[in-house]
Ligand binder design. Sequence first.
Ligand code: C5P
Length: 210
Amino acid sequence: LITAGPTYEAIDPVRFIGNHSSGKMGFALAEEAAKKGANVTLISGPTALKIQNPNIEFHGVTSAREMFDEVFKHYYAADIAIMSAAVADYTPKIVAPEKIKKNEEEFSIQLVKNPDILKTMGEKKTHQFLVGFALETQNEEENAKGKLNRKNLDMIVLNSLRDSGAGFRGDTNKIKIITQTEQKEFSLKTKEEVAKDILDFINDKLPQNL
Ligand code: C5P
């Protein structure tokens, strides 16, 4: 089970709060996992990308709430869950039914917290190998380790916005994999190569009978 892309949180019928995630990392993971013979379910927020491998089960969603609901339709049947989506942390409390007019000089939108999909997965984990992503701009390792523990993950993939060539939109990424007992740093690679590294690492950690 893989998530990818951004989420869009509606403000009114024509506007939303979103982020720069392209979905490339999650789509590369899905293609690579399918190539390795896995049964892949990919749940993605809005992206311009198209799935190549016909064996990938694809579900498109828009908001974090929709992603949450779709993830939990598939989570219990999954052996490995890799959550690479850039989920919006907050969503507008009220979605205006009509397009908001620009009448006021100052204008505020009240936001409420979205459910943390990955944290909920960690709380409900039974047999799944659970992998999260962390995109950090400061205290990278410390923050990533905090997430590993708080969200009850088996592994976290850290990418820092400080590394040139890593992060949103681009075709390359530079990652560090962190588990409870290990840390492994990789060089700058294409997202396809990074996907291979991540899946090879996971494969080494899995029980033989999977
Ligand atoms: O806490 P933070 O957002 O930095 O954690 C990033 C990880 O958590 C990513 O794997 C992301 O897909 C996941 N996440 C989530 N639901 C949220 C926020 C983040 O699944 N609401």
